[in-house]
Ligand binder design. Sequence first.
Ligand SMILES: Cc1cc2nc3c(=O)[nH]c(=O)nc-3n(C[C@H](O)[C@H](O)[C@H](O)COP(=O)(O)O)c2cc1C
Length: 211
Amino acid sequence: MKVIAYNGSPRKKGNTSILIQTVLKELNKQGIETEEIHIGLKNYRGCLGCMKCAENKNGKCVITTDDLNLQIEKIIAADAVILGSPIYCANISGQMKTFIDRVSMVGCVNGDLYKRKPGASVLAVRRAGGVEGMNTINSFFAISQMLIVGTTYWNMGYGMLEGEVLSDAEGIQTMVNLGKNMGWLLKSLELAKGKVEEPDSARQILTNFIR
Ligand SMILES: Cc1cc2nc3c(=O)[nH]c(=O)nc-3n(C[C@H](O)[C@H](O)[C@H](O)COP(=O)(O)O)c2cc1C
């Protein structure tokens, strides 16, 4: 089993990474393979709103000047996904938002490519905006029919300067418990394979409010 964690901070060794690594360590203890992928310096461009991903139905974004399509393949291949971000102006970083916009649209209009994968958010915050950031990431998981993993506090740790989050004992505990919960869910899903039938939850009706 493999869990991939995307880090939307440009600070590769910053607080988001420390929190993500705390979760990954717990998963490793349960024998689960992990990988942290830094996207904070990658310059993913924003969604064009062209809806070609819905038209082409090939599981790809038409923008090929960055490696987003490779990341979509990696997410599909992974057993679970973690999205971590610093809080910028009371929400996730712009880097993480452009990533989510494109990854989520391609997934949703191609038959829910990430359906029933566990997903967890991780936020590094100095003071305010952590819950807003968590809700933004969870909105992607929810509309993708993913399984949102919670923990003993909302999924965040407090710190400003690089490394400061290590002083937030409850934040670290929150991440340890997040790793334990995600590991437990992954093992439970593995045991259910072939024993518990997956429901048919295809997206058949799409109405806009103007109609
Ligand atoms: C542009 C920018 C905006 C920020 N906005 C907020 C904010 O709205 N609320 C907050 O609590 N912290 C804010 N911060 C602080 C970061 O969330 C905090 O330093 C976090 O630990 C950074 O994580 P990192 O080390 O992984 O980059 C901001 C930092 C930057 C650089």
